[in-house]
Design a protein around this ligand. Structure first.
Ligand SMILES: Cc1cc2nc3c(=O)[nH]c(=O)nc-3n(C[C@H](O)[C@H](O)[C@H](O)COP(=O)(O)O)c2cc1C
Length: 314
């Protein structure tokens, strides 16, 4: 399917594996790219030297295009940007920050730049900053989230009507039918995060992956809204946050409760009680942990079947 997103990245299918802290290293990114999608290394949980190593390993493991996701609020941001430029990375997805700060710098070096947005206003800013495409991420999504709380179903048509660059839909998409629905609404591709956490190659702890496939409806919550809103799987840590908020805790108390290293503790080290467990609502649909290439193949197959038989007319 050589549509505008597939052409922009030089990939077979407009299926993008999200850059995710503590989940998407070179093993996951290269597996997705080798299957014809676009794999992204998640720089958000990597020190600069670690990122350099992951880029090199990814290049050794795939001859296909891959990219790097860089949350712009990262303290070592200038160093990370320097590394992706020096290492010859061709595709960068930026998030959590102002697209004006780095887009021109990256574009001048021939890099394709995509920015993640949660509203039409941010999408227009990304377009004005010179981005090649936007990821429009709805409220269902795992991880850090917009303050507007707009769902993917509402966000995609609005963003598509607001910008002329291609739109990649994210948030609550884990199947070929979900992909088809997003594309019917005007998206030119999809970015999936939660589905790829439940893959063999994700670097997430196996206990976290098992908790993700065991999760049901209503098990995730958008929380820590006074800091940066984040969608988490409910556990003891989430309940502590909830109790603190009910007692009127402000940002400083919540920041102290969050502390440092909670995301690593939960998602990477497998402390399901005290760790921070980022995952999307769509976890309720996930039933098994699969090889990442198999996920790409299944999503594409379902999408094709869905195209032939899109709705039940009975
Ligand atoms: C475990 C996890 C970690 C994430 N880390 C990041 C990140 O570092 N940078 C980023 O831009 N988005 C991050 N996200 C959001 C994803 O990039 C993606 O947009 C989102 O997962 C899509 O929604 P879905 O989970 O419903 O598929 C993360 C999501 C998850 C589940």
């Amino acid at each position: 399917m050589r549509n505008k997103i597939a052409q922009l990245f030089g990939i077979d299918y407009p299926i993008i594996q999200a850059g995710m802290v503590w989940a998407s290293g070179w093993k996951l990114a290269s597996a997705v790219s080798n299957a014809g999608g676009l794999g992204l290394i998640g720089a958000g949980s990597m020190y600069p030297d670690v990122l350099r190593e992951h880029i090199r390993q990814c290049r050794a493991a795939t001859g296909r295009p891959f990219g790097v996701n860089i949350p712009l609020l990262y303290p070592d941001i200038a160093e990370l940007i320097e590394i992706v430029v020096r290492e010859g990375v061709r595709i960068v997805f930026t998030s959590a920050g102002n697209p004006r700060t780095w887009t021109a710098h990256l574009k001048e070096r021939g890099i394709t730049v995509v920015h993640v947005v949660s509203s039409s206003a941010f999408a227009r800013k990304a377009e004005q900053a010179g981005c090649d495409a936007v990821v429009a991420e709805g409220f269902e999504a795992g991880g850090h989230n917009g303050r507007e709380e707009t769902t993917t179903f509402c966000l995609i048509p609005q963003v598509c009507a607001s910008v002329s660059i291609p739109v990649i839909a994210a948030g609550g998409i884990a199947t070929g039918r979900g992909m088809l629905a997003a594309m019917v609404l005007g998206a030119s591709g999809v970015q999936m995060g939660s589905r790829f956490v439940a893959s063999d190659e994700a670097s997430s702890h196996i206990d976290f992956k098992k908790a993700v496939v065991a999760a049901g409806e209503g098990d995730t919550f958008l929380t820590l809204k006074q800091l940066t809103p984040v969608r988490l799987l409910s556990n003891e840590f989430f309940q502590q946050v909830r109790r603190a908020e009910a007692q009127g805790a402000g940002p400083e108390v919540l920041q102290a409760l969050l502390g440092h290293g909670r995301a690593k503790k939960g998602m990477f080290e497998g402390d399901l009680r005290e760790g921070e467990l980022e995952i999307g609502q769509v976890a309720a649909q996930l039933q098994e942990i699969l090889p990442a290439g198999e996920i790409v193949r299944r999503v594409w197959e379902e999408f094709r079947e869905g195209l032939e038989n899109p709705v039940d007319f009975s």
